[in-house]
Design a protein around this ligand. Structure first.
Ligand code: ADE
Ligand code: ZN
Length: 321
């Protein structure tokens, strides 16, 4: 099977923390984990839904304390990503989690920036950061986070919205997204992962997002599907994540990606939180290739879609495809 050159557009930096690194950082910073055996830790990664994953995910992030830790996390991801065919990565990060753990912005951004610069030097990978707001912490906290991030404005290219979806509709975040737009930042949001098609509509109409992260439940609204197709609005789809979090059937052959492709949507393949969901972006391509019996032309289209959906100039994209 081919490893496709791709852009990875839906990847949470914190969700790339492999169990081996988790243990190393816990020992480095004297942080308690339920086990110090990576195999035991990964055996516990069995999730009923998004929230049950988020609970484990946020608790693990207590191991990240210093600029060096953030550097090591990003370096490890970027090295693996380059090997998995990623030419361009637009990487989410959740500063509110780290600020809540008493880690200053400088340490988070400083570690990530240094790792990205080194990885670009050594592997040629292009990477930028997208700052995500945790929707369950609410709109005021999101606005405070954006204000606190503005001194580091040059270190991220956009804003996103993640964490617990249902009960926290995009409409709550209209003001902070307008502020981000005024700052010249790109805008994306998780929508339609567990929330309904109305969340996707709100993200488009109120947050004016340029991409939808997941978007699976958009398929429930035929008018919305036509709009996504006609306006070529990118959906960043994460097949193995959807199976792991039970937002899609356990049989990948039933994954909504098939219907999205048939509907002519601009869909790309991504890994979301690869340390938890059983595979990096290349493994997501392979899994979907065999489950949906995709041919080389269809896979090439998915790869091309990823570059088309990226926040980069046509000139940069031409070098990656
Ligand atoms: N944070 C990390 N992964 C996420 C996902 N799949 N959905 C929402 N928030 C997340
Ligand atoms: Zn995600």
């Amino acid at each position: 099977m081919t490893t496709w050159p791709t852009a990875e557009l839906h990847i949470h930096m914190e969700g790339t923390i492999e169990a081996g690194l988790l243990v190393e950082l816990a020992r480095r910073n004297d942080v308690r984990l339920p086990s110090y055996d990576p195999d035991v830790l990964t055996a516990r990664y069995d999730f009923a839904d998004l929230q049950s994953f988020l609970d484990v995910h946020y608790s693990n992030l207590a191991v990240l304390r210093t600029e060096q830790d953030f550097h090591d996390l990003a370096s490890a991801y970027l090295r693996r990503a380059a090997n998995a065919g990623v030419r361009r990565a637009e990487i989410f990060f959740d500063p509110q989690t780290h600020l809540g753990n008493g880690v200053p912005f400088e340490a988070v951004i400083g570690g990530f920036d240094a790792a990205i610069a080194e990885a670009t030097q050594t592997t040629g990978i292009s990477a930028d950061l997208i700052l995500c707001f945790l929707r369950d912490l609410g709109a005021d906290a999101a606005m405070e986070t954006l204000q606190a991030a503005l001194p580091f404005r040059d270190s991220f290219i956009g804003v996103g919205l993640d964490s617990t979806e249902v009960g926290y509709p995009p409409s709550l975040f209209t003001e902070v997204y307008a502020k981000a737009a005024a700052e010249g930042l790109h805008r994306v949001a998780h929508a339609g992962e567990e929330g309904g098609p109305d969340y996707v509509l709100e993200a488009l109409d109120l947050l004016k997002v340029e991409r939808i992260d997941h978007g699976n439940r958009a398929l429930e609204d035929p008018a919305l599907v036509r709009r996504l197709r006609d306006e070529r609005i990118p959906l960043t789809v994460c097949p193995l994540s959807n199976v792991a979090l039970r937002t899609a059937p356990s049989d990948l052959a039933q994954h909504p990606l098939g219907a999205m492709i048939d509907a002519g949507l601009l869909v790309s393949i991504n890994s979301d939180d690869p340390a938890y969901f059983g595979g990096d972006v290349a493994e997501n391509y392979r899994a979907i290739e065999s489950a949906l019996s995709l041919d080389a032309a269809q896979l090439a289209t998915l790869a091309r879609n990823s570059f088309e959906s990226a926040f980069a100039t046509e000139h940069e994209k031409a070098a990656w495809i």
